[in-house]
Design a protein around this ligand. Structure first.
Ligand code: HEC
Ligand code: HEC
Ligand code: HEC
Ligand code: HEC
Ligand code: HEC
Ligand code: HEC
Length: 353
């Protein structure tokens, strides 16, 4: 159900006032009124003169947990076509996502170019491929993946994960995706270069993936919560013929525990091939060798490993399966600059040139 969005005027102030670099909707930036309303009625805003309107109320309430709207609509009131928060749904001619969006775009309405087949579909009641997760009735929503309150201290798990992602996506208790902002911490899964919210906080050029454990991927393990069979290490039988020589005989594409160029012979992935790409796809590195954006340069690290973010946008984009068609020759944006998905493979593999 769609509804009119009327007066979201004061949110910029909240962003500006935010003290917690890298996090929003947690601790000091968890502003209850952005999402909850006490009586399903609100005549004026929170300033003494009545100004300062908050998120509009949906038309078919009251809603569970005193929410202002049904969950996807509630979140999209700010996260679609607004200037003060990342637009996460399609790109429907409203306010362009000026700061870039590492996660890409969700789809909902099966309208070109954001068809249902281009990534995660809000409201979908389908079973997650490779797993058993299914949100029925109701369909896929934001809090199947994100914790609405962040993890603000009272939760035993400890620090808030990257992008407030759930610790237990798909009901599977995971370690969560850890991160650090401003200063690289090689023990965390993600390094966000920009410490400031707003700005370029969500730009692909400012998000890098460490590899704290050489045999694992925090990001891949998180996706595995729903896509159970698609992730594991080289010694897991769902991924590889475990007795075969190192880095060979994969049964599913590696998403951890496989180094680019790690299989010495036989036409496997190749570091020289990767070095020829000026705009590389994202991969994990324990040494922080992600390349310089726009520069083709020799690769010296032998620890670079693909994972889900190498090939897919987490929310989706305009390509089938949310795949990133990145040739490596140009700034590829969220959809990729190529004309087919093969160009993505050619960043690491020599087959096809
Ligand atoms: C970004 C939106 C958002 C903000 C901000 C927010 N909430 Fe919530 N809250 C939700 C959603 C969505 C649910 C429903 C969760 C569900 O359906 O399981 C919820 C549920 C709750 C619940 C039910 C128990 C639980 O944790 O699920 C309580 C209590 C609650 N919120 C209190 C608060 C308080 C107090 C604040 C401010 C300190 C706050 N919320 C801020 C979105 C928000
Ligand atoms: C299937 C899981 C999933 C669903 C559903 C989902 N998200 Fe996300 N979201 C993610 C992941 C994973 C990331 C981080 C991806 C990355 O950095 O590579 C993310 C990132 C984000 C970001 C940071 C912006 C960016 O481009 O990096 C925002 C904001 C966000 N999500 C909001 C939402 C909202 C609002 C909804 C519902 C309308 C939603 N998400 C639904 C998984 C999901
Ligand atoms: C909470 C469960 C959940 C999590 C976590 C999750 N997914 Fe999904 N995913 C689904 C469901 C359900 C579908 C099928 C419905 C749809 O396409 O939205 C799906 C579909 C997909 C598709 C196919 C999309 C298409 O249009 O054919 C891809 C690709 C995908 N997921 C990748 C990922 C990646 C990468 C991650 C981790 C960043 C992830 N998923 C995390 C539930 C999840
Ligand atoms: C009243 C407006 C508003 C609503 C409603 C809202 N958000 Fe946000 N959200 C924001 C703002 C503002 C930011 C910070 C923007 C920035 O960093 O530039 C943000 C940031 C985020 C981020 C990124 C946090 C990070 O640490 O990087 C996620 C994820 C997110 N929101 C998810 C949600 C979800 C899920 C809901 C619904 C339960 C929701 N939001 C509802 C305004 C809103
Ligand atoms: C090397 C690139 C690559 C990596 C890494 C990768 N994928 Fe994929 N994925 C693809 C391609 C390409 C497809 C489209 C189907 C095909 O050609 O195999 C796909 C399809 C999917 C689908 C849809 C399957 C279906 O039945 O329609 C899901 C879900 C998915 N991937 C999830 C993931 C998750 C989760 C990870 C990380 C654990 C991951 N992928 C890592 C390239 C990749
Ligand atoms: C970021 C680098 C990277 C990208 C991009 C990439 N791969 Fe791979 N791929 C690897 C690594 C590392 C391995 C592990 C074995 C090796 O080195 O070949 C691998 C293994 C494979 C294997 C199995 C080899 C075996 O011995 O079992 C196939 C097939 C494959 N990739 C196909 C693809 C396809 C198709 C694409 C594009 C959708 C793709 N790859 C994209 C790095 C990558």
């Amino acid at each position: 159900m769609k509804k009119a969005i009327l007066g979201l005027v004061v949110l910029v102030a909240f962003v500006a006032a935010s003290a917690l670099a890298g996090d929003y909707h947690t601790g000091g930036t968890l502003n209850c009124a952005e999402c909850h309303v006490m009586h399903y009625s609100q005549t004026h805003g929170y300033e003494a003169d009545g100004s300062g309107l908050m998120t509009d109320l949906g038309l078919t309430g009251p809603y569970h947990f005193l929410l202002r709207d049904e969950i996807n609509n509630l979140c999209l009131a700010c996260h679609d076509n607004q200037s003060f928060a990342p637009d996460v749904l399609a790109d429907d001619g409203g306010i362009a996502p000026t700061n870039g969006r590492q996660a890409g775009a969700l789809n909902r309405d099966n309208v070109a170019p954001y068809f249902d087949a281009t990534g995660h579909t809000l409201g979908s009641e389908l079973v997650a491929p490779g797993g058993t997760f299914q949100h029925t009735p109701g369909g896929l929503n934001c809090i199947d993946c994100h914790q609405q309150h962040g993890y603000g201290g009272f939760v035993a798990e400890g620090n808030n994960p990257y992008r407030n992602l759930l610790y237990s996506a798909g009901g599977v208790s995971g370690p969560g995706v850890s991160y650090a902002v401003g200063t690289r911490d090689a023990t965390k899964d993600v390094y966000e270069v920009s410490a400031a919210e707003g700005g370029d906080h969500y730009d692909i050029q400012n998000v890098f993936f460490n590899e704290p454990t050489q045999t694992a991927s925090g990001y891949g393990a998180w996706c595995k919560g729903c896509h159970t069979d698609f992730h594991g290490s080289s010694s897991d039988a769902n991924m590889r013929v475990t007795g075969a020589p190192v880095s060979t005989q994969w049964l599913r594409h590696p998403t951890a525990d496989a180094d680019i160029g790690g299989a010495a012979t036989g036409g496997h992935s190749d570091l020289a091939q990767l070095g020829a790409a000026a705009y590389r796809v994202q991969y994990m590195s324990s040494t922080g060798e992600w390349g310089t954006w726009g520069v083709a340069e020799a690769v010296t690290s032998t620890d670079l490993t693909p994972s889900c973010m190498t090939c897919h946008k987490a929310h989706g984009n305009t390509r089938a399966f949310g795949l990133i068609w990145a040739t490596g020759a140009a700034n590829y944006g969220e959809n990729g600059d190529g004309t087919s998905y093969q160009v993505l493979c050619s960043q690491c593999h020599v087959q096809g040139g």
